[in-house]
Design a protein around this ligand. Structure first.
Ligand SMILES: [Zn+2]
Length: 391
């Protein structure tokens, strides 16, 4: 039994992450590591002895769905995450990663949510991982390769399915990325630069995932009228490649599809019995991504988060901007692009049902470079923590 620690945290409410109920204990630290958990009444601390009565100690949270690729390098203190207790982030989601992207590629939205011209520095994934090592961010990183980034890096026309030659190039870049330390690939076929990619393209490009036991995360092609078909596509890709799939930020987008979570969750549960499937969500009824005229109709209202040509409209409702400009919302969106927006399009009951589903993980989907970011960036884990404490 150790009788002396560098630091002792006493009377903490310990939630150890194993699923067992919380319990009261003391925690002894030696050289930044937990050396003992239990009754340390007889032990002494050489540096700090802190009474945590009334407070909880938990393992660091994992934000399983982020767009922190650039923030990790530009703001390695990672305050939006660290202040919420997040110690690990999964990057490169929704098909968009900061690597592999060469200096000469066109930054088509939604790539602009993470990439800027100044940050087109990583033609190979290993370059990005080296930069991460050098920046030494305050959180751990699980980096995914974005299929849209692979397309932007290798294709001349993103409105088409990839040619055989382009597929081979993407495979090679993905293989290289997985060898250098990427954990898997993400897709965002919902978005214009990847919408033309058929299921077969994703399976072909994803071949190296099977060899490297990489995972596949997807912002599905459709979260509205064709959500069930999109789930099937996701399961087929996972089965064909023999890998784990993650359904990103599961939601039902648009009033007409509200109430469908019972059906989607049942289908996901059935699929889980046959293959490894995971899902994540964020506890808000508004989403946030690039502003696009085609995305407006699904939402009851839209708030502008940023606009490159018209920065003054950040933080304002698109309907008000349109009224002021004397046009409709589609025209206003066209004027403001490239831009980011917050879309109020989910039903609270669906959000609650998806959150309450046993297998659902928590991912913020926060956008760290927005001027007026969706509150999920800074607030998600605090929100969940409040709910947990109230239970
Ligand atoms: Zn997404």
């Amino acid at each position: 039994m150790i009788s002396s620690f560098d630091t002792i945290l006493r009377n903490a409410n310990v939630i150890d992450g194993s699923g067992q109920p919380a319990y009261t204990a003391d925690i002894g630290l030696l050289k930044d590591r937990i050396a003992a958990i239990g009754n340390l009444d007889d032990a002494t601390a050489t540096q700090q002895d802190i009474n945590l009565e009334g407070l909880s100690v938990v393992p660091g949270f994992i934000d399983v769905h982020t767009h922190d690729d650039r923030a990790l390098l530009s703001n390695p203190d990672m305050l939006p995450k660290l202040t919420q207790g997040v110690t690990t982030v999964v990057t490169g989601n929704c098909g968009i990663s900061l690597a592999p992207l060469s200096p000469n590629i066109a930054i088509v939205p939604p790539l602009d949510l993470v990439a800027t011209e100044e940050w087109l520095r990583f033609p190979h994934f290993a370059d990005y991982l080296d930069a991460l090592d050098a920046a030494a961010p305050a959180v751990n990183v699980v980096a995914l390769v974005g299929h849209t980034s692979l397309r932007a890096q290798t294709m001349t026309d993103l409105s088409l399915p990839a040619s055989q030659q382009e597929i081979s190039q993407m495979q090679q870049l993905l293989d290289e990325a997985l060898q250098s330390g990427a954990w898997g690939m993400s897709t965002g076929t919902f978005y214009p630069p990847a919408a033309a990619a058929p299921t077969e393209e994703i399976i072909e490009v994803g071949q190296p995932l099977g060899r490297h036991k990489g995972l596949y995360a997807t912002h599905m092609r459709n979260e509205a009228d064709r959500v069930m078909e999109s789930l099937e596509e996701t399961f087929v890709i996972g089965k064909e490649l023999g890998i784990n799939v993650v359904i990103s930020h599961h939601k039902l987008a648009g009033v007409r599809y509200h109430g469908m979570s019972g059906k989607t969750l049942q289908r996901i549960k059935d699929a889980m019995a046959e293959q490894p499937v995971c899902l994540d969500c964020y506890p808000y009824n508004a989403s946030s991504t690039m502003l696009h005229p085609d995305f407006i109709e699904r939402a009851s209202s839209v708030m502008v988060a940023w606009s490159t040509p018209h920065p003054k409209y950040a933080g304002r409702m698109l309907a008000d901007i349109a009224a002021e400009l004397g046009c409709d919302q589609r025209e206003a969106a066209n004027l403001l692009m490239p831009a980011g927006a917050i879309y109020f399009l989910m039903d609270e009951n669906d959000v609650q049902a998806i959150l309450a589903f046993d297998e659902t993980m928590i991912g913020s989907d926060g956008l760290p470079h927005d001027n007026h970011p969706h509150p999920r960036l800074w607030g998600l884990f605090l929100e969940c923590w409040d709910t947990m404490r109230a239970m």
